[in-house]
Ligand binder design. Structure first.
Ligand code: CAO
Length: 417
């Protein structure tokens, strides 16, 4: 028997849009399977099947508008199918629904204690769950339902989203948790707890690494003249109690380059749509301490001279090592420098110190044969490694920044005089 499945009583609503069609012609359906989902301005609701059967003809499609009594589908009901197959061993279990039988109400309710299971394609979930998944941008087909009859409930959507956030990934590439390994099975071990600072650093580094698309641009600056100038100035500085390393010169060159590229002296707003350009220039300096990495901030580096900056870096790094830095002395950086120049290495890829949008890594300067004025000359070359936030800064801008910085370092006297 062919039966018309119609839009049931949907209260005061009429001309309601079909936002989802869960069945197609030829599908076998069971009583209460969702045929279509309707959406009013207040809620969405599934229209469930009145009884078991097979969809013969779909009378509606996605986007159509329907009202109470409109025919959704022509369905060959299960009892007819059984009658048409006399060889079938079992008789239909249910009597055919009389035409006058009340149509089941649409299922508006949802979530944990929803009594009405419904399905759409392969996904069993109610309207509120679907809406939540749409809002959070997660895919219902990737979830396992913990509701009755395996349906997906809002708690499943929240749990699934939480897992993605915690693993720092998404798009089907969520990071699997690291396996717990008993290393003592391979030999003697000792367990040393991480310092408070290292734990804090680990959290921030991980967040910055997974949330910022990093790219690192490399270059070398010829600091032969800068080094000569530093050697000339060293004794005088020392007489004033200041140890003059390359770092404060590099900081002055960075300040000058930031003036030319204000998008590097900036932070991405929390809305992800605005760039906050800073009129001040505070520089973060990565300092290695026995308990871990700290980043004190030299404020208003643009209004300070090399000696003043050198003195301040020495004082701040000493405080960091003594553990006497105040929280305020670690806040407000615009751009950070991380120098491994005293240690060695040719290059590295520093992690951005958010909310900065870039960080400059400095490796050890080395004398290299460079081609100048048609001949090879020994020059002191300083490796520069600029990691930048590719959401904010384009590759060309980063390359220009590093080239400019390199030129500023090459002609450092011009900046300082
Ligand atoms: N190339 C060659 N030599 C360099 C150099 C470079 N790029 N940078 C510094 N040096 C030399 C200095 O000139 C000094 O030698 P002299 O005494 O002969 O002049 C020596 O190395 C030691 O310098 P320093 O370390 O005392 O001073 P600094 O100004 O270079 O650095 C500070 C200060 C606080 C940045 C540093 O002590 C420090 O903690 N660095 C580690 C930062 C870090 O951990 N970064 C990684 C973070 S993870 O991204």
């Amino acid at each position: 028997m062919i039966k018309e499945f119609k839009v049931p009583d949907i209260g005061q609503y009429s001309n309601v849009e079909i936002i989802e069609v869960g069945v197609k012609e030829g599908d076998s359906i069971q009583k209460e399977d969702s045929l279509v989902t309707l959406e009013t301005e207040k809620a969405s609701m599934d229209v469930p099947a009145e009884c078991d059967g097979t969809i013969k003809t779909m009378m509606v499609k996605l986007g159509d508008r329907v009202s109470q009594g409109d025919v959704i589908a022509l369905v060959e009901t299960a009892d007819t199918a059984a009658k048409a197959a006399p060889s079938a061993e079992s008789a239909p279990k249910e009597a055919p629904a009389p035409a006058a039988q009340a149509t089941p109400a649409p299922t508006v309710a949802d979530d944990v204690e929803d009594d009405t299971p419904f399905s759409s394609g392969n996904v069993h979930a109610g309207p509120a769950t679907r809406q939540l998944a749409r809002e959070l941008g997660v895919d219902l087909t990737q979830m396992k339902g913990t509701g009755r009859k395996g349906r997906i409930i809002t708690a499943d959507v929240k749990q699934f989203t939480k897992q993605i956030v915690q693993s720092g990934g998404g798009g089907g590439m969520a990071i699997a948790p690291a396996p717990e390994i008993d290393f003592s099975q391979f030999g003697d071990i000792e367990v040393a707890p991480l310092s408070r600072i290292k734990k804090w650093t680990a959290k921030n580094m991980h967040r910055n690494w997974v949330s910022i698309p990093h790219v690192t641009q490399f270059d070398e600056a010829d600091i032969t003249e800068m080094e000569a100038f530093r050697q000339e100035s060293k004794a005088d500085a020392l007489s004033k109690g200041v140890k003059l390393t390359p770092l404060p010169f590099i900081m002055k060159a960075v300040v000058s380059t930031l003036k030319a590229f204000p998008q590097f002296n900036a932070s991405l707003a929390a809305n992800g749509e605005d760039l906050i350009l800073k009129k001040y220039c505070h520089l973060g300096i990565a300092v290695d301490t026995p308990t871990g990495l700290m980043v004190p901030v030299v404020r208003n580096a643009d209004s300070k001279g090399v000696l003043e900056i050198a003195k301040e870096v020495t004082e701040l790094s000493q405080k960091a090592r003594d553990g006497t830095l105040k929280a305020t002395e670690m806040q407000g950086s615009c751009f950070t420098l991380s120098s491994l120049g005293s240690v060695g290495g040719t290059a590295f890829t520093p992690i951005i110190n958010a909310p900065d949008v870039a960080i400059l890594g400095i490796s050890k300067a080395q004398i290299k044969p460079m081609y100048r004025e048609n001949k090879l000359m020994p020059r002191l070359m300083l490796p520069l490694c600029l990691s930048y936030d590719h959401r904010v800064i384009d590759g060309v801008e980063a390359a220009k920044f590093v080239v400019t910085l390199s030129q500023q370092l090459q002609e450092i006297r011009k900046i300082l005089l």
